[in-house]
Design a protein around this ligand. Structure first.
Ligand code: CA
Length: 341
């Protein structure tokens, strides 16, 4: 299996050595615009390989990403695994492997399957259930090669292993998915993730780790009740979360979190001009990490992917989620080289 590629057991990696590497990595949260925004590989290098597979994470590392994202959901037996949806249908062969296990909504839910059962599934490129076709037609073709679901701990060990073997520390960026839904299912996903991060040496703001979550009450709980002292990002969604980005909303977020993760559409308007969000967030002391750069899903005003990257970075963001970390890293390096000239 893929995890056998790991060169070392995680316990064999000297924590002190990793800690030394980690403190050298800049993770800006300051009120000043960053000299070099960070590139967060969104679900790995998901523009090239199926999302949340270890190959997608390895590629992101090799492409120069500063951080690699994990979305985290729970299994029936209480193990955090790395998957974007709380259901399995869009990215796996669960309907074929486990007939009769769908709920009344017709979907197969992650929390109805044990880790052992999930390990038997083949992960694939994301499918649009409405059309039966790949969501992104030009990405990794379905049916090629084999990919497996991994637990959060397996992925953290995998990244720590590559950090060790390359000598370059890439951060992690776990998202607590649907905590209220998980609680109704009998799982405390935030506590499970924080416990694992602590065990893997991620604990303070000097460590290269951001926790992210859409649910504001849970962000508050992660900082308070769960005692997380590392970096914390409040994700911002659609119009129903407008209250989070008022002056009062941002000030309240700043009492618990280090940054916000808004959709690009809140940073650039309908013609690609910057809104006032970055400026107002920075005034509140918050970093801004928008989502998501996709070469194959451009806003209508952008003539090219670089048009979009140019406008977004010109808005003064501190980092960005990208499905194509190589292209985003290359753009930023080109900008830096231009400055040096
Ligand atoms: Ca996410």
């Amino acid at each position: 299996m893929i995890t056998r590629l790991l060169p070392l057991a995680p316990s064999a990696i000297p924590r002190a050595f990793l800690a030394l590497l980690m403190v050298a990595i800049p993770f800006p949260v300051a009120a000043e615009p960053p000299a070099m925004p960070i590139v967060i590989a969104h679900r790995g290098a998901s523009g090239y390989l199926p999302e949340h597979t270890l190959p997608a994470k390895a590629l992101a590392h090799g492409q120069g990403a500063d951080a690699i994202e994990q979305d985290v959901v729970m299994t029936k037996d209480g193990v955090p695994v790395v998957l974007h949806d709380t259901t399995l249908d869009a990215v796996s062969d669960v309907a074929v492997k486990f007939p009769g296990r769908a709920r009344a909504d017709g979907k197969h839910h992650c929390t109805d399957f044990t880790l052992a059962e999930l390990r038997t599934l083949a992960l694939t490129e994301r499918l649009d259930p409405a059309t039966g076709r790949q969501t992104y037609a030009d990405r990794f073709p379905r049916g090629y090669s084999r990919f497996a679901i991994v637990s959060l701990e397996e992925e953290l060990d995998f990244i720590a292993g590559i950090n060790h073997s390359t000598g370059r520390t890439v951060g992690i960026y776990p998202e607590i998915k649907s905590p209220a839904w998980h609680r109704a299912e009998g799982h405390d996903v935030a506590k499970a993730v924080v416990d694992i991060l602590h065990r893997h040496g991620y604990a303070t703001k000097a460590d290269p780790c951001h926790i992210q979550c859409f649910e504001a009450d849970e962000v508050t709980r992660i900082r308070g009740e769960l005692g997380w002292q590392g970096r914390l990002v409040q994700l911002i969604g659609g119009r129903d979360q407008d209250a989070l980005v008022t002056a009062e909303g941002l000030a309240r977020i700043a009492t618990v979190a280090d940054g916000i993760g808004p959709p690009i559409e809140r940073v650039l308007d309908a013609i690609g001009k910057p809104t006032d969000l970055v400026e107002r967030a920075r005034a509140a002391g918050l970093a801004v990490h928008p989502y998501t750069l996709r070469r194959d899903r451009l806003p209508s005003w952008a003539g090219s992917f670089d048009d979009l990257q140019e406008a977004l970075f010109a808005a003064g963001i501190d980092g960005v989620f990208s499905d194509f970390p190589d292209l985003t890293v290359a753009w930023l390096r080109g900008r830096t080289a231009g400055r040096a000239d």
